[in-house]
Ligand binder design. Structure first.
Ligand SMILES: [Zn+2]
Length: 245
């Protein structure tokens, strides 16, 4: 009886070893599986409310990485690509963006940043929401979208909805582009006031000969003490009456 029992034990041992080995490998196989398997969920659910948020974030990160590798070296190529035209058309990237804020009056500043580490906020700003948009001083077409064509001023972040972090980058890029001659400067128009800038005035004209050295006499007449006009003094005093002690 001992021999058959031993045989059965051996067979059982072999069987168990052959069946258990795949099970032992199973966790490692599970780890190797792609993360993007979210079965039985409708496609219309926004990714922020997904319970497999990590998977969607992972996909976003992968997409962002792909985009970065594609447009990292030449970010201005994206502005002429088909996907850009399909997404934005001819309007600027910030058009139609709506800020989320509490109450009826929007805050004076936009949010500090949209992306903290690997966390992206629910309503990222026009620049943060599209990983293909890269702020660079040679990306002139993008920078021009943030400059008013009428005044040449950079649009305020409250108008475009860009977060403070990206706005800072944007301002730096615009300044650099202007320094490199890629963007025009806006110089304010100064109206000629009709003042005499010629050197006919005594102060800038030829130096007169020294006056006779008498006591109390000055080289120029405006070096000496001048008594202002009484009427003018009275007028000024009247104007600033409330502020004079
Ligand atoms: Zn942002």
């Amino acid at each position: 009886m001992a021999a058959p029992i031993q045989r059965t034990v051996r067979i059982l041992f072999r069987l168990s070893s052959s069946t258990l080995q795949p099970l032992r490998q199973y966790p490692s196989i599970l780890q190797r599986l792609p993360v993007r398997t979210c079965p039985g969920l409708p496609l219309l659910v926004p990714p922020s409310h997904f319970y497999c948020k990590a998977a969607s974030l992972h996909e976003d990160a992968v997409q962002a990485a792909e985009a970065l590798s594609r447009y990292k070296d030449r970010p201005w190529d994206y502005l002429e690509s088909e996907e850009y035209i399909e997404r934005y058309g001819t309007s600027p990237v910030w058009e139609g963006y709506r800020r989320n804020h509490k109450g009826g009056i929007p805050p004076q500043k936009t949010r500090k940043t949209c992306i903290r580490g690997d966390k992206i906020c629910g309503n990222p700003c026009p620049i943060c929401r599209d990983p293909n948009i890269i702020i660079h001083h040679q990306n002139v077409k993008l920078l021009q979208q943030f400059i008013s064509p009428h005044t040449g001023m950079v649009y305020d972040s409250t108008q475009t909805g860009v977060c403070m972090k990206q706005q800072k980058k944007l301002n730096e890029a615009i300044t650099t582009a202007q320094d490199h001659g890629l963007l025009p400067f806006q110089i304010p128009f100064v109206e000629y006031s009709g003042e005499d800038y010629s050197n006919s005035h005594d102060a800038v004209g030829t130096t007169p000969s020294p006056p006779s050295l008498t006591i109390g006499d000055t080289w120029y007449k405006w070096y000496s003490e001048m008594t202002p006009d009484e009427n003018q003094v009275a007028k000024v005093k009247k104007t600033y009456k409330a502020y004079l002690k």
